[in-house]
Design a protein around this ligand. Structure first.
Ligand SMILES: [Zn+2]
Length: 397
């Protein structure tokens, strides 16, 4: 995604030292033995012990004061419209509020909340291209919102997908939210989209709001979209045996959302673990939604899955970062040289019973965010939304 004009054009060297705990975002090795990170030009250039990193000549120096650093969180499932506004709950600045919940990247599952959204093919394409352009040029708080996700409508033909791809569209909105709901019809369009490099997500479960549809496991498997969108329903979930079937019968992404059925979320997580498929688990909020707009939705989902789901917090953080980046081919999500310098600095919330930040999440508490960095630029200090962290990072220069 193109950077917005402005200070991003002149990103200098960023050095963060005294990191107490570094989460990699990678499921296979979720914790790194490192206390220092260096970024230049918005990309990570070094990770390691302070003595082994070149920390001179930094434009911005940050003392993490022992806070944990994780890759910026990725919300795999949002429904933006235009600007930092949602008509679903008539809210302004919701994307900026998610930044304060540690989210640095969002993926649109369709701009379907636009009042009077077009349903004819030319209108669907025009809206998708416009949304893709608009959110490439407009990044509230620096958040990277990958948008321009058309939903499938009857009458779309192969050349429509070629045209969308040539115009810069890389995503489909949730299959099932438009007029195409049958498995075989969806499969054909998903395959056309894939042929032109457009990634797909399918709505799973009962209708979310009036006008949305019911999609069962057979339809999900037939359509073969890249991501099983909200496998735990949005909010109405499929019977658990169908969720099991989806985890067992294909290799597509298993997306668990905040605005879904919590029992189904925890059960899907358990199935994925039992089947050795944790690399497929990614997290989203599916907001704005009927149940609201949740700036801390990804953190709340991490805490739920780690505490009640009994999975180490660093594993669930990897689901919310590196897993999503890998499945969706995004530039952040992992603490690796060459990746985008998108970081969340956090600590145990004040008065949490947990002995450290990971233990506090394991006990169901939310961490306190002290700073969020996107493309090597500090975007916010102490979060206005999380409980206050015990320690917060300090900008030294
Ligand atoms: Zn949906």
């Amino acid at each position: 995604m193109a950077l917005a004009a402005g200070p991003e054009r002149q990103i200098g060297k960023l050095v963060i030292t005294n990191i107490g705990l570094m989460l990699s975002g990678a499921l296979e090795a979720p914790l790194l033995d490192a206390d220092t990170i260096v970024a230049e030009g918005g990309k990570i250039t070094a990770i390691g012990k302070r003595a082994d990193c070149d920390i001179d000549d930094a434009r911005v120096k940050i003392d993490a004061h022992g806070c944990a650093l994780a890759p910026g969180l990725i919300d795999s499932h949002v429904h933006p419209v235009f600007g930092d506004w949602t008509p679903r709950q008539s809210q302004l600045n919701w994307i900026d509020s998610f930044l304060h919940g540690g989210v640095t990247t969002m993926v649109s599952a369709g701009e379907v909340h636009l009042p009077g959204r077009p349903r004819d093919v030319v209108g669907v394409k025009a809206l998708a291209i416009t949304a893709q352009r608009a959110f490439s040029n407009f990044r509230p708080g620096g958040v990277k919102l990958h948008a321009g996700a058309p939903v499938l409508e009857k009458g779309m033909v192969e050349s429509d997908f070629a045209e969308l791809a040539a115009a810069g569209v890389t995503l489909l909105g949730e299959v099932g939210l438009g007029s195409v709901k049958a498995g075989d019809e969806a499969q054909q369009m998903v395959a056309w989209a894939r042929k032109y490099g457009i990634q797909s997500t399918i709505h799973t479960g009962g209708p979310s709001v009036p006008g949305s549809g019911y999609i069962d496991a057979d339809t999900v498997l037939a359509a073969d979209a890249d991501i099983i969108g909200h496998i735990n329903g949005g909010h109405t979930a499929l019977p658990l045996r169908q969720i099991r079937c989806l985890c067992e019968s294909c290799t597509r992404g298993i997306e668990i959302v905040h605005n879904g059925n919590e029992l189904a979320a925890l059960t899907a997580l358990r199935y994925a673990r039992e089947l050795g498929q944790m690399h497929r688990v990614i997290l989203g909020t599916d907001s704005p939604a009927g149940s609201g707009v949740q700036p801390l939705g990804i953190l709340r989902l991490i805490a739920l899955l780690s505490s009640v789901g009994e999975v180490p917090a660093e594993i669930i953080f990897a689901c919310a970062t590196g897993n999503t980046a890998r499945l969706r081919k995004l530039d952040g999500g992992l603490i690796e040289v060459g990746r985008a310098a998108d970081f969340v600095l956090m600590d145990r919330a004040q008065h949490s019973a947990g002995k450290d930040v990971l233990d506090s999440v394991r006990q169901g508490d939310l961490p306190g965010i002290g700073m969020v960095i996107i493309d090597g630029i500090v975007r916010c200090g102490r979060s206005r939304n999380t409980p206050p962290a015990e320690r917060i990072p300090e900008i030294l220069s």
